[in-house]
Design a protein around this ligand. Sequence first.
Ligand code: G6P
Ligand code: ZN
Length: 543
Amino acid sequence: MPIREITTKPYLDQKPGTAGLRKKVAVFQQPHYLENFLQSIFDCVPALKGATLVIGGDGRYHNRDAIRTAIAMAAANGVARVVVGQGGLLSTPAASHLIRKLGAAGGFLFTASHNPAGPDGDFGVKFNIAGGGQAGEGLTERIYAQSKTISRYRTLDDIELDLDRRGTQTIAGMSVAVVDCVDDYAQLMQSLFDFDRIRDWIRRGNALRFDAMHAVTGPYAQRILVEQLGAPAAAVLNAIPLEDFGGGHPDPNLVYGKHLVELAFSDGAPELIAASDGDGDRNMILGRGIFVSPGDSLAVLAAHLPQLPGYRDGLCGIARSMPTSRAADRVAHAMHLPLHETPTGWKFFCNLLDAGQATICGEESFGTSSAHTREKDGLWAVLAWLNVLAITGKPVQAIMREHWLRYGRHYFQRHDYENLPGPAAEAVMQAFAGSLANLRGQKLGDWEVTLADEFSYHDRIDGSIATGQGLRVVCGEHARIVMRLSGTGTQGATLRVYLERYEHDASALHWKPADALAPLSAAADRLGRIGELTGRRAASLVT
Ligand code: G6P
Ligand code: ZN
């Protein structure tokens, strides 16, 4: 099959955000759009030549087309072997694991995570490097630069490929292995968790509910939770992956997972209620009568991890993104572990994981994972919680109450102002930045401001420095306001305001987060002039 060199013109908007290149499907359907971006990757990563490339996606609309394009281009660019999930499916953590396990030179992950799917929805592509982590800032910049000057790409015409047939096929000398998307991942989970204890816990009548939201985790949950751990089939909701995610918004949080919150607070609620997002890397955890905030989940899992089989040798460190609540810091302190604070974006954890400086990482955006892969991992968090419930024999609520009693409670909320005109969002950031200058030493409600700055991160492992990573006002350990613009949206700008308040008195551990944080919310509005500059009276999404 002859390799074709196709002449093309650059698109100038292929700058990846927090997690890859994400655009409306229609943008990706423009002639040569995806090809330009993929060729830019091939051009910037010569190691792909003669090597193994992992390919998979979250199953959303356009996934199969994109995978065909990618496989044809891989063959034309000299890749030796492609390993692709059957039907084009691979969850993000499973893809990262496969890259690691196979020693692949990288992977293409076709996903726009939790963003809605379908012809009018979003599509996306992420490039993960050897080792399984997302491409870092430097490589991402080079790929973007290449996409702005690209003039030709390499591909093959009309390849014959059956994505649904497991086994090896050959395309122009390149071998294509179509693999079951769950096998390797399920094996990994078995090596980390005590499946016998969990099975026993379920057998004793403890109920669980997992919502796969018609996205990629359906087959994973079906195999692991139902077939391997013995949960009844009804424990997995919306298990069939659909191209439009059933018209839903597979973002497991208090808004899009509202039905799960209602279930958790209903009579006869299951012991554990959980969900994952479109590509399987996020998680939401609820227990009977309680929602576990992601920052708390990170802290509780870190505290219990050494009791779980895969972590018996102990932890080497804990990492969280800067806006994430500081609950994990207290656990790290008690366990005499280093605590790393990184910018938003999972990629910043990868160097720490590679260097053996962190075992568990987490973000407020419903992401938690450990060193077993280089992405956050929704089902991992669910299994970790199940394992904790099974060994402690306590309900989620008791675990949280005991945790707060010991460490104190970090009340936390994120207020999102979505789809703002860019200039309005920028204006708020500028107003907030302007107000930081004289804030130190002043009072913010009852608390004194100890730090007011813009966060930047010095990665001591590769020496890189990431600047402009969010504005913050810190009142010692008591309170914090963080403001930044989202790097994952595809429509307008999203302003994120993160509020955190710490209380350790036993009488102050059971307030409603909204009440506890109301003074900080008002302060954020005042300092950033949010209402005045955006015309919005309230956030459009609170998690
Ligand atoms: C994705 C990334 C996370 C990030 C989240 C929010 O899920 O994988 O690392 O925390 O998006 O990012 P944003 O820039 O929109 O706040
Ligand atoms: Zn995701």
